[in-house]
Design a protein around this ligand. Structure first.
Ligand code: 8NA
Ligand code: MG
Ligand code: MG
Ligand code: MG
Length: 295
């Protein structure tokens, strides 16, 4: 059954997948010089772990209507394709789950018991915010549940909460909220920590126009942490929420973890009203049925 929630989540997922697939092309050295004049790299653009994991979130929501953590861990592990370029700790975790390990034991053991604060929980979660459009409190709760399966560090979880709440608010209220007011609502629901502090700074930087200037202060994901990824992506998405292509190019031009920053931004602006250019959708590797939650 295709519900309104699923349709909204799929719109966000398509934006996320295009951001990820197109963004990842800029790791190819020959494509680096294409930023300046916004030239598209040659197709096909293959999506990476960001999209693969986002599809599991949508599939679990389509089946359960909420985040069932055991179902999500199983879907992440069963669909884990090593060649899609996963973060090192997530790679190991998913392999051990597939071999029969219990995610609840494994996830708390990562990084000497601190848990991961990688950006992997944030990169996949915008479609969940779109699913719970206009209900940011529920989006925050479900986002935390989705994060906990792979990321036990409070900042890893906070990054996912902040992205989901932003997508929920844009999907539910469109541009009715000013970006600064929207970020106040995000801050109210995001747990304390470095991600929260970074979003406070992102709010101050909303009037700045240059993505690279802002990325120098907030980070561009080059450490693949939630802390150095999420504040910049919220800034980029909320300053350009009505223009998918502009949001993409501004985000990509800052460099860093480009597949992931563009996946987050594409997922958030896709949750709102912004449509990716039609030609772009045809250039990226298509998503199979299971990935759209309709298998
Ligand atoms: P993760 O849990 O392995 O975390 C990613 C990285 O964050 C780790 O490798 C560490 O460097 C760092 N990190 C996380 N927690 C801690 C901690 N407690 N202490 C010290 N360092 C820590 O994987 P993930 O799923 O969060 O990663 C997602 C990223 O990996 C995305 O960028 C995704 O696209 C993928 N990826 C990125 C690159 C890249 O270089 N940009 C390459 C391949 C894959
Ligand atoms: Mg990736
Ligand atoms: Mg937290
Ligand atoms: Mg990445």
């Amino acid at each position: 059954m295709t519900t309104d929630s699923l349709i909204r989540a799929q719109r966000s997922l398509r934006g996320l997948a295009i951001g990820d697939a197109l963004g990842s092309q800029f790791f190819v050295p020959a494509n680096r010089n294409r930023f300046d004049n916004r030239r598209l790299p040659p197709a096909p653009w293959q999506w990476t772990d960001d999209t693969e994991m986002a599809c599991s979130i949508v599939a679990v929501l389509a089946e359960h209507g909420r985040i069932d953590q055991d179902a999500l861990a199983a879907s992440f592990a069963n669909h884990h394709d090593f060649d899609r370029g996963y973060g090192p700790s997530t790679n190991r975790l998913l392999r051990l789950i597939r071999e029969g390990g219990d995610w609840r034991d494994l996830v708390t053991e990562t990084f000497d018991g601190h848990g991961s604060f990688g950006n992997g929980a944030a990169m996949r979660v915008a479609p969940l915010g779109a699913w719970f459009a206009g209900d940011p409190v529920r989006a925050a709760q479900e986002a935390a549940l989705s994060a906990e399966v792979t990321h036990a560090h409070p900042d890893g979880i906070a990054g996912a909460v902040a992205v989901a709440v932003t997508a929920s608010m844009l999907a539910g209220f469109g541009n009715a909220e000013r970006p600064a007011d929207l970020l106040d609502a995000v801050l109210a629901l995001t747990p304390a920590g470095q991600v929260h502090d970074g979003i406070e700074l992102a709010r101050e930087l909303l009037p700045v126009t240059s993505a690279s200037v802002v990325a120098r202060q907030l980070g561009n994901g080059s450490r693949t942490s939630a802390q150095d990824t999420v504040p910049f992506t919220l800034w980029a998405a909320l300053t350009r929420f009505d223009d998918f292509a502009d949001a993409f190019w501004a985000t990509a031009s800052a460099g860093g973890d480009i597949d992931t920053t563009c996946a987050i931004v594409g997922g958030i602006v896709g949750a709102g009203a912004a449509e990716p250019p039609r030609t772009w959708a045809a250039l990226h590797e298509p998503l199979p049925d299971w990935m759209l939650g309709t298998a």
